[in-house]
Ligand binder design. Structure first.
Ligand SMILES: C[S@@+](CC[C@H](N)C(=O)[O-])C[C@H]1O[C@@H](n2cnc3c(N)ncnc32)[C@H](O)[C@@H]1O
Length: 196
């Protein structure tokens, strides 16, 4: 299972991108820009850059959770108006039905099937009815499991999650790769759902 130690290793390896706003966050904002979102929660928030960007643009309150104490320490210093929790996706520590948008920020691939199922259930409980859940993850064209940095990476199809209606799915490619339907390992995707 992913741990604080592995999450801190991820922080150390990716310090260079600690302030980066990603294209998928900009895309997500564009999808929802006409909605009123008061509370946004990011699971796997890293240093808070995606959450900070989205909350600034929506004028929303943010909560982020991450297993990495180093990431959370950085996020707390940088984004004083938002709440950051060092912890696991299984316990989100906010009221049920309190969030307008809950995001799985590229962390579902690190969870085995049991954790995936339980953590999805926990996240869904936090979203208000009729509001949004978003997933950033590897693309479902490749649904196998592989190992990177000695960690199992699970690639899944998220299109049929009970209780969620799929609104949008957008494919992105990792930097410097040509867009091709054959380069399935370089594809990742953003999914946007509405809670029924
Ligand atoms: C690939 S990074 C993505 C960071 C950020 N969301 C983004 O999109 O730029 C995934 C993050 O999820 C965190 N993470 C992984 N599993 C987690 C879990 N079970 N609970 C909380 N955070 C987790 C990791 O520590 C890491 O910071």
């Amino acid at each position: 299972m992913y741990s604080n130690q592995l999450a801190n290793n991820y922080f150390d390896r990716n310090k260079k991108s600690k302030d980066k706003v990603t294209i998928y966050s900009i895309y997500l904002y564009n999808l929802l820009e006409n909605e009123k979102l008061n509370n946004i929660y990011e699971i796997g928030c890293f240093t808070g850059s995606q959450l900070g960007y989205l909350c600034m643009n929506f004028g929303a309150n943010g909560t982020g959770i991450d297993l990495s104490s180093k990431s959370i320490e950085y996020a707390r210093k940088k984004y004083k108006n938002h709440k950051f929790i060092c912890g696991d996706a299984s316990n989100l520590q906010v009221d049920n039905e309190s969030q307008d948008l809950v995001i799985f920020g590229f962390c579902l691939c690190l969870m085995n099937d049991d954790h995936y199922k339980n953590n999805m259930k926990e996240a869904l409980m936090k979203v208000k009815s009729g509001k949004y859940l978003s997933i950033i993850d590897f693309d479902s064209e490749s649904t196998d499991t592989c190992v990177r940095d000695k960690i199992a990476i699970h690639k899944r199809d998220h299109s049929d999650i009970p209780g969620l209606k799929l609104l949008e799915k957008k494919i992105f490619y990792t930097d410097n790769k040509k867009h091709s339907y054959d380069t399935i390992y370089e594809r990742y995707s953003l999914w946007l759902f509405k809670k029924k």
